[in-house]
Design a protein. Structure first.
Length: 347
């Protein structure tokens, strides 16, 4: 709260490039939607790539750690007026503190340093965006809360089609709680689509307690192998890697503290697939009806579906396509998967 609410007033204040790593290229539809987002919302954005999955019309989406609301306002346009986007973030309202001290409540007569925290920035631009999008009523809301405790914020079981997160799970000490809560609020067949920072090894106590490295998304990075075990424990399908980019710190002092550990910015997708939904490998044909992806759908690092072409998939991918919002976009049938497809989405 202190680092993102006060020290960072815009993305240029970041001390490393960890939170500004680019994700995969996006369609013209997404790029055009981003152009319509208010400049202040964009300036206060600290994510590691634009986290926008496909096939979003009329979906209900939850953004964990929504910050200034950039991704929410892009998604607001993509889900349409019949869809809904909820952003939840821990920074809210005015920030009060004494010079050189930690935050104090208003009753302690502090000096007001900043009144433009993340949730406040997001909320104040709702009317602007709804007018720009031509919506009669808002289809986006922003609430104060913690992604480890979504129930405390009033978010019910199986109430969302998609949960997204953009470079914030590393800021949560309890990653299991975050994934467990995301799983709980997702509908059956729902997806968690998220970018984050991952480490090549489990981090030392010195790194994990470094204040700047924590705020810069590095000290709280999950060892990448642990993501797979936590996802399985919670109940998700194996993680599908979408894209990954190595991170260069670009700060000599911080590089000395980090040592030989390496970091990567990666986007994964997890699905809430019911057990026994698909018995074995299959063959699928994409119908080309997803807006912005008519000719081909790059689903993850292993599977690209071109319109009208038969693609062999393993049992896990067949189950994902059969039970998720993508079911109406594919003809799916039982069949033999080839050796390459048997690598699976979690390779």
């Amino acid at each position: 709260q202190d680092y993102y609410g006060k020290e960072l007033q815009k993305s240029e204040n970041l001390k490393t490039n960890a939170c500004i790593t680019s994700a995969r290229p996006h369609s013209k539809v997404v790029r055009d939607a981003l152009e319509r987002v208010h400049e202040e919302v964009v300036a206060r954005y600290y994510g590691c790539g634009l986290v926008i999955p496909e096939c979003l019309s009329s979906c209900r989406i939850l953004d964990l750690g929504s910050g200034s609301g950039r991704d929410c306002y892009v998604l607001s346009q993509l889900v349409g007026e019949q869809g809904h986007v909820t952003g939840i973030d821990m920074t809210e309202g005015q920030v009060w503190r004494r010079a050189g001290a930690l935050p104090h409540p208003p009753s302690s007569s502090p000096t007001l340093f900043s009144s433009s925290c993340q949730v406040e920035v997001a909320k104040k631009h709702i009317a602007y965006h709804m007018d720009k999008f031509g919506y009669r009523k808002p289809n986006v809301e922003f609430i104060h809360g913690y992604m480890e405790k979504l129930a405390d914020a009033g978010l019910a079981d199986e109430s969302y089609d998609i949960v997204i997160s953009n470079c914030v799970i590393n800021l949560a000490p309890d990653k299991r709680a975050v994934l467990r809560e995301a799983f709980r609020v997702l509908k059956t067949g729902g997806e968690m689509y998220f970018s984050d920072i991952y480490a090549s090894q489990r981090l030392s106590e010195t790194i994990r307690k470094h204040r700047v490295l924590w705020g810069e998304c590095l000290a709280g990075a999950l060892y990448w192998r642990d993501l797979y075990s936590i996802a399985e424990e919670v109940g998700f399908s194996p993680p599908c890697l979408v894209t990954a980019s190595p991170i260069t710190i670009g700060n000599k002092e911080l590089e000395k503290i980090i040592g030989n550990c390496r970091f990567v910015s990666a986007t994964f997708r997890l699905f809430k697939v019911p057990g026994g939904s698909w018995a074995g490998p299959g063959q699928v044909i994409y119908n080309g009806r997803i807006v912005g992806h008519e000719r081909e759908l790059v689903f993850d690092a292993n599977f690209t579906f071109k319109e009208g072409e038969v693609v062999d998939v393993d049992a896990e991918m067949a189950a994902i396509l059969q039970t998720s919002r993508f079911a109406e976009e594919f003809l799916i049938r039982a069949g033999e998967a080839n050796a390459a497809a048997l690598q699976g989405c979690c390779c």
